[in-house]
Design a binder for this molecule. Structure first.
Ligand SMILES: C[S@@+](CC[C@H](N)C(=O)[O-])C[C@H]1O[C@@H](n2cnc3c(N)ncnc32)[C@H](O)[C@@H]1O
Length: 291
């Protein structure tokens, strides 16, 4: 039993109090809690801020650092990233993506319970109503755009080429079983195509599934083992250069994937589990990561 109390809402979300006392948001439609075990801030720090080596990369960075926040939700990941950067003299262009602003609106209505929105409310109100805000946060300059759209459809459009190319991506959709459209092979292939080859970019996410890792490899990413987060003993980090991976998946992982009953990417937005097809295996065997 991870959730010990809740506050209902009419908006399709409710506040849940986790066993450690932190509050998080639960989606009634997806029957999933946004940050279900250690809470929004601790999970955002462990999974995204630390794995992206955000502070270290920002300190060495010149020019605008482009950060994609896929699945803005209630903005816990975005705000945790900004707080981690606010003492560093640098400039972040934050692009948030979601097909609804309801969780953000709901979070603003429950700001006291959630806590982590404190100090950012005027900027979040502007993001909510104008889909853009720009502000100074300590030493950090923030330029924040909200892209309110179906993310897979947005990436498939030619206009996606005009989006600022990311140095880092926080990928936080609901789980593949509940939200399969956000985990298909075509989505990650489109995402990879939008990266600048000469701009190192990493993408941590909470799943460690073989299916996801194969999906990312086939899309063109290098893929490594990600940190434990409190909820998961292992997560996944992908990047367009092996230099951003501390522990790349090796040939032993590939052997396990070969035997797995759930390794074939989802080609359609319909959840299912299947072993690797011969065509997928052939592609993995010639991936630069395993040569
Ligand atoms: C786990 S929640 C994200 C939590 C959020 N990162 C935070 O820090 O509060 C997943 C988010 O993905 C969004 N999402 C799901 N499917 C989507 C789609 N097809 N296009 C865009 N956003 C989507 C949901 O609306 C939801 O806000």
């Amino acid at each position: 039993m991870l959730e010990s109390a809740s506050v209902e809402s009419t908006a399709g979300y409710r506040i849940v109090k986790l066993a450690n006392g932190a509050c998080s948001i639960h989606s009634l439609a997806h029957r999933e809690t946004f940050h279900p075990v250690i809470g929004p801030v601790a999970e955002a720090e462990a999974l995204y801020v630390r794995q992206l080596r955000l502070a270290e990369r920002l300190q060495r960075h010149t020019g605008e650092f482009v950060l994609w926040d896929v699945g803005l939700g209630a903005a816990a990941n975005a705000l945790t990233a900004l707080r981690a950067a606010r003492d560093i003299p640098c400039s972040i262009h934050l692009l948030s993506f979601d097909h609804t602003l309801e969780p953000l609106d709901f979070a603003l209505q429950h700001r006291e319970a959630l806590g982590y929105l404190a100090g950012y409310e005027p900027h979040l109100e502007r993001l909510l109503h104008e889909q853009h805000c720009a502000f100074q946060d300590g030493a950090l300059t923030v330029n924040w755009d909200m892209h309110l759209a179906d993310f897979p459809a947005l990436l498939a459009q030619p206009s996606a080429l005009k989006l600022a190319q990311p140095h880092a991506i926080m990928f936080d959709a609901f789980s593949p079983a509940k939200n399969p459209a956000m985990w298909t092979q075509p989505l990650f292939a489109n995402l990879f195509r939008l990266l600048a080859p000469d701009r190192p970019c990493s993408l941590p996410t909470y799943s460690r599934s073989t299916m996801l890792r194969v999906t990312l490899l086939l899309a063109g990413f290098f893929v490594g083992v990600g940190h434990a987060t409190g909820e998961k003993e292992e997560t996944t980090i992908a990047a367009n250069t092996p230099d951003l991976l501390a522990e790349p998946l090796d040939r032993r992982w590939l052997e396990r994937a070969r035997r797995s009953s759930s390794a074939e990417p989802m080609w359609e937005p319909v959840y299912r589990q299947a072993p690797l097809s011969p065509a997928t295996l052939d592609k993995l065997l010639v991936h630069n990561q395993f040569r």
